[in-house]
Design a protein around this ligand. Sequence first.
Ligand code: UD1
Length: 385
Amino acid sequence: MAQTEAGPLLCVVGARPNFMKMAPLLKAFRTHPELPKAVLVHTGQHYDFALNDQLFVDLELPSPDVNLEVGSGTHAAQTAEIMRRFEPVVIDRKPSCVIVVGDVNSTLACSLVAAKLQVPVAHVEAGLRSYDRSMPEEINRVLTDRISDLLYTTERNAEANLAKEGIDGHQVQFVGNLMIDSLLAALPKAVAVSDLLRREGRELGLNGSHGHAAVTLHRPSNVDDAEALSNVLTILADVADRLPVIWPVHPRTRAKIAEFGYEGRLENPRIVCLPPQGYLEMIGLMRDASVVLTDSGGIQEETTALGIPCLTMRPNTERPITVDQGTNLVVGSDRRRVLTALDETLRTGGKRGRVPEFWDGMAAQRIADHLAKWLATRTTGKPLQ
Ligand code: UD1
């Protein structure tokens, strides 16, 4: 396809964790004097009000210019449908660059379409590796990085991961973490847990802040299998024996609880199950917690930035800096191991950490500045400084 240099930047989002990354980036793109117009494309991978619309409001993300409305499906069906619907958009808009973030199916699908049409791809949050190919996100990360032209990283060891895969260091730029740009911008507006519980009509007898465990769980490895989910619910009951639990339940997890007939196990006055929460509520839930138990990627980073102890219920993490420098402990899903770590956390106040380099609210600006120079170089042929 013929490439016109003044074509827009096509900025892709699809699922919840993409929105926190794209919000500050789109703002930086749209206010940068040297960048072409930024067009927001939503694949529609997430479409529920709580997973989607509410976050657009909380993050002050403008409505998408294009919505592909793909919805749910198996991995192959969803990825293929995104590709099928994104291809004509790229052909029609002739972008200077397609910008994808994170590791969801939308990230891979759209980068693949762009690469085949020979449109440059910039991948934000490149180079993270769990080295666990049973995670769908790991496949998405490896493949997206392989076909991207620009790889923006959040932590320095990502570059080493990319080097091992033969990716040229010149394509890689350490810029910091967009999640933290969003977090720092939204923190003053975070909703206090007491207000959230009142609004939901729930009562936990919490006195002020730092009295609860905040929980999020949605990884297939924890929730898709009956035995694995049963184990997780047993652990949560044990956690609730120690401190109240507040758990916004992801639709995937909710569906599995119903499928396996586990609803009765949630009838515990010390476990408050909520629908998926907005961004400002989620930040409040983490900020006011004694401890967070999660299998999310982003929450490992947000708790490190907030200085709140995090127990990651996965066998590994693609975000090792949250363990090396932050407040994160990877504890897996073994009941004894989780409870030992929890008891230690409650006894000592938990692992202390520091905020990693460039997790400072300026990542979006760094990307915008770098991308502007990179695009100018492509136009003028002058080397990048
Ligand atoms: C996706 C991402 C995951 C990310 C998570 C955050 C992939 C492979 N996974 O997982 O990396 O951490 O988003 O939420 O891209 N559903 C709804 N409403 C929606 C969307 C989904 O009810 O708006 C239900 C559907 O039953 C669907 C299931 O959730 O089948 C799973 O959705 P899907 O987008 O496939 O993956 P997530 O588990 O949300």
